[in-house]
Design a protein around this ligand. Sequence first.
Ligand code: CO
Length: 462
Amino acid sequence: MGVKIVDTTLRDAHQSLFATRMTTEEILSVAPILDKAGFYALEVWGGATFDACLRFLNEDPWERLRAIRKACPNTKLQMLFRGQNILGYRHYSDDVVDMFCKKSIENGIDIIRVFDALNDLRNLKQAVVSTKKYGGHCQIALSYTTSPVHTVEYYADLAKRIEKELGADSICIKDMAGVLTPQDAKALFTALKKNTKLPLELHSHCTGGICEMTYMAAIEAGCDIIDCSVTPLSNGTGQPSAQAMNVALAGTKYDPKLDKEKMFEAEPLLEKIKTKNLNNGKMTVKSLSVNPNILKYQVPGGMLSNLTSQLKEQNAMDRYDEVLKEIPNVRKDLGYPPLVTPLSQMVGTQAVLNVLSGQRYKMVAKEIKDYCHGRYGQWPAPVDPKILKQIVGDDEIIKCRPADLLEPEFEALKEKYKDIAKCDEDVLSLALFEAVATEFLKKKYAPKVEEQDEVVEFNLYV
Ligand code: CO
């Protein structure tokens, strides 16, 4: 059996390379070809793609999913899911998580890849239970980072618990920043293989310039599935090229046996999308270049661009290097949370506050306060006691699973949005992205006005 390849062209590629702006029409132009190329699955849906549909593209993400499902009858469809946060930024009650899994599967998803920024298995439990309940495949993605607590043993132990305690179907190492090195991948996958029988997958990024070598080392150590994108929407801040990996592994026992002709057919269509985004400035040469500096700071690409826009807004771009150096300090203070959504935004914002206010933790964002109260789950390592005291004072810190404190809320949300929502899918869109979904659905359901012929006046004398 060769290595399996999951195609991320329709999710992570455009998210990493040009701000998630691929339209449904563009997706559908290429999806039927990708469907026949021999991929194990196509990753097509996730938080950013959902948000971008509503916010920037005036599209219904649920309709997009149904259209992709129809266009791709042969290949499994995969989505990325933020545990108890679903696709949003706060914890939702279990019944909302359950309803989201149900509706995702009903509308066409086969594999739900669930991750939690803190790798707190309690935050993943409900998504696993619900995915299995509705007949889906549940993959747990462990957020990869390096720190004194994020050792090979830490991940190997989690893998064992994911198989035994959670009952998930497969495990992915999610290296969102692209910092996993070939030698660490070898040690990591060797240990994972010893600790679990579940299929193992690796998701990484080419930003640092080492990703293909890391993939190869992981494959040789027992990794079963790798995430790639179809060139020309590969590499840079995105995933390695599916065509290139297919060639590199051809003729070996790892041969993924992708259909070269199909990918060749997809290339000009993707080239057209890429050119459009280069011309409109959504894609920059920077996102296509190798940047080994990320290996030093371990900051994901998306976080760097957020940071730049935050500092530009405050007219403080001259403090960029100071903020960049402050990020690892904040991470250390907070017990080394992996820098993935929503922690990446939270740590980044706190680093900006620490630098710009001139006094560390003088100003603290609400989310960081919640984190220090235990409301996001268990910290990987204890928060620095002095800073904890400064932030929470004598408040009690939550030890239980944060969602245990939440009452069921789906019916209340349904009632709240009854004037705008026409189906449960609409309720879920509103629950996750209230402001943008409200605006979108109002437009969507507005009575259609007969389009009037526009009166065009020519001024012949100009
Ligand atoms: Co990614």
